[in-house]
Ligand binder design. Structure first.
Ligand code: PLP
Length: 404
């Protein structure tokens, strides 16, 4: 009989949403399901933009005609979408269409990129951060993985390490802390990468939420980044594509990796990998993604992102009024809320649930350094936020939440 990949045994911890479901079941008596206000999962809460939907429907209708037959497309995406992305997102940054690779999700890209690296690659990963990076490294049998703590005293930014790493996962704006790396911080990472011949993997799935002047929309606005950085973006959070699936990775042609004694361009290997392991994203979905980058589509999706940010500001204000220390919500839909002194992430999670019917995510689910925090996702609606504000109002001047 075949042997299972032994790396599965190395995966640590149960998936956080499974644990939450178990807690919810345990609390069923004291917390009725229909009363729970869910600020847990980071999934879209607003309907798909009608301009985007029309783009998808038009593409499907086109396929019902002889002239519009579409079979397999290029595994790394259609030129029309690459061109729209280049123009909308990178026109002043010198990124070429052939450096843009379309995929079905940033999740796939940040995981699959490991196919290009040898197992002894030294890897550094922000903690807390998107849990998939660590799990993907474990599954891939990567032997040399360290965490870069993102602590409150450093504004939740990872500090530049003394040690040399070959590959560094940077998530900016970061899920869960909601904190984005500034121009200066990214420039320091580019300097580090150039000094050590490292590659920076920047997961910018939330780039469309960036509003702070000191935070660049793309790492490629920093000189030298094209020689050391891969940027992953997604339509999931920028245009409500979590169910539709479309994203892209930018791999500049000047980004090199060692193959024996030679230095070779990484992008061509990514193209080969995608050719072997993927048949690409469907034509109608790529047309929908293209529509989200056109003027009308951009306006509609930008309004949605603005709306999530407004809700984040509102909830942040209410939590602060209740006396909680709260981060994020400026360049991100996530709020990172500190637990009261001596209260663990899980205790605070349960207390918010029992006393306010608010469902958050315990910060420890995003890495050990997330202990002492909970995450609120503001992918939500005005109605739900108003209910949350009412619920929180009952806590004002009343520290019952702190005595879990
Ligand atoms: N990267 C980060 C940081 C995320 O938080 C998520 C989803 O929550 C993803 C990637 C996944 O994005 P996609 O839907 O494009 O696979």
């Amino acid at each position: 009989m075949a042997q299972l990949n032994s790396s599965f045994a190395q995966l640590e911890g149960t998936y956080i949403f499974t644990l939450i479901e178990e807690r919810l079941q345990a609390l069923e008596q004291s917390v009725p399901r229909d009363k729970i206000l869910n600020f847990g999962i980071g999934d879209v809460a607003l309907p798909l933009s009608s301009f985007v939907a029309e783009g998808i429907v038009r593409a499907v209708q086109e396929m019902t005609t002889v002239e519009g037959i579409h079979g397999y497309g290029p595994s790394d995406g259609y030129p029309f979408l690459k061109s729209a992305i280049r123009e909308a997102e990178f026109s002043s940054l010198g990124i070429k269409e052939e450096e843009i690779f379309i995929s079905d999700g940033a999740n796939s890209d940040v995981v699959n990129i490991l196919d290009l690296f040898s197992e002894d690659t030294s890897i550094a990963i922000m903690s807390p951060s998107y849990p998939v990076y660590v799990k993907a490294c474990t599954l891939k049998g990567m032997r040399n993985v360290d965490l870069l703590p993102c602590l409150e005293e450093h504004g939740f930014s990872p500090q530049i390490p003394e040690k040399k790493y070959d590959l560094i996962y940077l998530c900016s704006p970061n899920n869960p802390t909601g904190v984005a790396l500034t121009h200066r911080e990214l420039a320091n990472w580019v300097d580090y990468a150039k000094k050590h011949e490292s590659i920076l993997l920047v997961d910018a799935a939330y780039a469309s939420f960036i509003r702070s002047k000191e935070v660049p929309a793309s790492i490629y606005s920093i000189e030298g980044a094209k020689e050391c950085a891969i940027e992953c973006r997604s339509f999931s959070k920028s245009a409500g594509f979590t169910a539709l699936r479309c994203a892209y990775a930018v791999i500049p042609q000047n980004l090199m990796i060692r193959q024996g004694e030679k230095r070779v361009s990484l992008a061509s290997f990514w193209k080969s990998r995608q050719n072997i392991k993927s048949n690409g994203v469907s034509y109608p979905i790529q047309r929908g993604a293209e529509a989200s980058l056109q003027k009308l589509g951009q306006r509609e999706v930008r309004e949605q992102v603005d709306s999530y940010l407004q809700l984040a500001a509102k909830l942040k204000g209410a939590l602060q009024t209740c006396g909680f220390t709260c981060y994020g919500g400026v360049d991100s839909p996530y709020l990172w809320v500190k637990t009261p002194l001596g209260v663990s992430s899980w205790e605070f999670f349960e207390s918010l649930l029992k006393k306010c019917y608010l469902l958050s995510i315990p910060g420890c689910g995003f890495g050990k350094e997330g202990e002492g925090f909970v995450r609120f996702s503001c992918f939500s609606t005005r109605e739900k936020i108003d209910l949350a504000l009412n619920s929180l109002q009952s806590l004002r001047g009343n520290h019952v939440i702190c005595s879990c």
